[in-house]
Design a protein around this ligand. Structure first.
Ligand code: FAD
Length: 326
């Protein structure tokens, strides 16, 4: 019987990297227990089943229901709850991403066990797992033990290494998970999903983020940032100051009320470093700040600080990176 159920994240029928990070968490939390994986949506090809098995999954469940084609919180919750029952797992690990985290919270409430959201790491001592969660914009860390019932955990992407491939995985195929008897509740009806079409790297998973603040002075001011992000293969983000000023879309907002990112490299351009912004990026591995004000609070969290005009510095960086890539 698998002890852990991992809720896979997918895009275009392929597992997203965070799925492999969740498999790492599952193995760390339950070194001797098996890991089941729940796939929501159309069953992918055998290559994906083999890939998940080679990275630690011993059982693959797929909820291939029409209600899961577009995000539907009730169908998602049902799928997770049925997968918990089918797998017999005592621990459910999912990504702390929208919209999955919504359904995980609903499922956790249904089982009434422990719940730890937005974890960034775990530690094992004496056979017990502690889930580590940042508090107060990363100023403190809470270690939470989940001691009762079926436990639910969500993990922030980009914080754990992806599970590696091991050569000795037995062949595993997806088992279909039947929808609930009587069908999925229909209190929510998704009429249309307006997907944002973009070529850009996904901000939540990007290894490099170039973020702009009110210092970019206008929508046009984001252009050098986009060029730098492109040269680095990264994504563009923003402070709320830049979003509120109408310089960019709110989808780019990083911070307490925006996205939480943990890239390898975060380049903050014209961002003062308000506590609410730090809440969304302070766990980045290396932080570079570019700001004309030497006293800007962003320099207190930066590993490298450049005091100067972003409109001079950013194009110079882009040019240098392009040169080195040639
Ligand atoms: P500013 O504070 O105006 O800073 C602009 C910076 O640009 C300055 O430091 C300036 O020196 C520098 N600058 C100007 N020109 C240049 C130049 N040419 N080159 C280089 N530097 C230059 N904020 C978030 O970001 N994310 C959130 O999720 C968020 N949630 C919030 C939730 C609540 C409840 C509240 C109250 C606030 C929230 N905020 C959030 C807002 C936050 O408090 C700040 O107001 C905001 O982060 C400021 O954005 P900024 O740094 O871009 O702008």
């Amino acid at each position: 019987m698998p002890e852990v159920l991992v809720i896979a994240e997918q895009r275009d029928g392929r597992p997203r990297t965070v799925t492999y990070e969740l498999l790492t968490a599952a193995k760390l939390a339950s070194p001797d227990g098996g890991v089941a994986v729940l796939w929501r949506g159309k069953i992918p090809d055998d290559g994906v089943a083999g890939e998940l098995a080679s990275r630690g999954a011993v059982r693959l469940l797929a909820a291939e229901w029409p209600e899961l084609q577009a995000y539907n919180p009730e169908a998602e919750t049902e799928a997770i709850a049925l997968a918990v029952q089918a797998s017999g797992a005592k621990l459910v690990i999912a990504a702390h991403v929208s919209p999955t985290r919504d359904a995980v919270a609903r499922a956790a409430q249904r089982f009434g066990g422990g719940y730890a959201a937005d974890c960034v790491d775990l530690s094992r001592t004496g056979g017990e797992t502690e889930w580590l969660r940042p508090l107060f914009a990363g100023k403190a860390t809470e270690a939470r033990r989940l001691v009762s019932g079926t436990a639910f955990v969500t993990i922030r992407p980009n914080n754990l290494p992806a599970a590696g491939v091991s050569g000795d995985a037995p062949p595993t195929a997806f088992e279909r998970l039947a929808p609930p008897e009587g069908g999925v509740p229909k209190r929510v009806l998704v009429r249309e999903v307006a997907a944002r079409v973009t070529e850009d790297v996904d901000l939540g998973e990007a290894r490099i983020v170039v973020a702009g603040g009110r210092g970019v002075r206008g929508a046009e001011g984001f252009r050098p940032l986009r060029e730098l992000a492109q040269a680095l293969g990264g994504a563009v983000g923003a402070s709320r100051g830049a979003c509120d000023a109408g310089y960019c879309d709110y989808a780019l907002q990083i911070g307490q009320t925006g996205k939480v990112v943990t890239p390898d490299l975060y380049i903050a351009c014209g961002i003062s470093g308000a506590i609410q912004h730090l809440a969304g990026m302070s766990r980045s591995r290396v932080i570079v700040a570019i700001n004309t004000d030497p006293d800007a609070p962003i320099f207190q969290v930066a590993d490298y600080g450049l005091v100067g005009d972003l409109f001079e510095i950013v194009p110079m960086l882009t040019e240098e990176i392009r040169k080195r890539r040639e």
